[in-house]
Design a protein. Sequence first.
Length: 283
Amino acid sequence: MLCSLRFFSTALLFCLTVATTASAASTSDHFRLPTVQHTPGGVAIIDLGERDAAAPTATFNDIPVAVVNTNQGYRALVGIPLSTKPGWHTLKIKYADGASALHEFEVESKDYPEQHITIKNKRQVNPNETDMVRIKKDRTSIANAKRYRHDATLGLRFDLPTEGIRSSSFGSRRFFNKQPRNPHGGMDIAAPEGTPVYAPADGYVVEASDYFFSGNCIFLGHGQGLQTFYAHLSKIDVKPGEMVKRGQKIGEVGATGRVTGAHLHWSVGLNRTWVDPELFLVE
Ligand SMILES: [Zn+2]
């Protein structure tokens, strides 16, 4: 989630595409299941059985996952953390009648590229003691926001939240000033400061805050632990606790936090882990 970017440099850029928020998709398109990808940073969709029974629950790594009632029955949507080792993994299922089951699914390896970024503000790479106090506080706030979930499913697919030049650098193994850091947990969309950012689906404002690395940012909850996250904003238009409608302006693109230029960092979270936003686009 800690994000930075150098769009206008010789740093690695992947699959640049012009992003546009205009969506001709119907409402039902926004409730299609995400694209399946059994890799670190991907999504597994597991059949949990008949739709007429009461809803089962399921956990992965002891964290509740989203369970959606589809025309074909209940499906668990499992966000696979970028740190997941390739191999077989287990979803624990609990049915409404008290019965439980284990479902094994295989995660294949995915080779995410390296990305080298130079940050001029050295404190943003090697924070001092005062910064560390703030960073620890931020981490607690972020963990609390990621833990938030409500039951109603407000959307499963997303419009792009802003117009700009988008890179598919999700998962890239990042080096800031040659030092290894967390992999990139989102999609970056380069756009001038002040470009509007829109809610990509109906949602609930879980958190709106200013963090050391992410700058001004917003967490939206879309139900069952599906979340979207917006970082480096110049302006925030919403407050925690508010409901937002798809297409509603929630803020503006900026260059706050650890960045090398104005852009939107956009993440999609499932069961408290960041997954590839591309898997959730309506387009
Ligand atoms: Zn980013």
